[in-house]
Design a binder for this molecule. Sequence first.
Ligand code: C5P
Length: 218
Amino acid sequence: TGRCVVAVDGPSGSGKSTVSRRLAAGIGARYLDTGAMYRAITWAVLRSGVDLTDAESVAKVAGEVDLRIGTDPRGYGVTADGVNVDAEIRGPEVTGAVSAVAAVPAVRALLVARQRQMIVNAGRIVVEGRDIGSVVAPDADLKVYLTASEAARARRRSAEDAADVAATAADLARRDKLDSTRKADPLQQAPDAVELDTTELGIDEVVAKLRELLTERG
Ligand code: C5P
């Protein structure tokens, strides 16, 4: 059980979270949900009332939040300034604003540094996000890029949130566009990442495939 870092990237609804948590639990590793960190910062920015398009103010709020996140794949909590924000960071207000906050370079610099520190401390960890293989952990032992058809992604997300499929599809498309076209660390597949299309695969099949890839790499 030596050091092992697995980077899981991909667009929203590609199955990253479920797969990453199960993989981590299965191999006895920690788990880091970097999206939850961007969401918690966004929660604090919304609470502060600063203008979302004012990058300097957004960065200032981000720098002042006391953000804490657990790394237990069986259940982790997120707090911002001592407030548990697990439920609120999944709500429509945060989901609607997170891509704008995550596009601010100073916010990314701050969170990337924290993520790297957490990876070093954990040693064995599955990290999921948009820029893990490309920026946060370019030396990861395994890099995976999960994809799925737009229809499959919208179906999964709307089932999770008990929301309308058409509205979810529109929201995913909007976020993916913002996330992949921003200047700072956009969503992108690292050249050495293994791409896995999960459209026709069940969660167990994806997890099994990743475990196989890990074994192959020793
Ligand atoms: O994965 P999740 O949907 O929770 O991520 C929420 C948002 O956080 C993404 O749409 C993206 O804007 C941002 N994010 C990011 N980089 C990461 C993880 C998430 O920019 N590594």
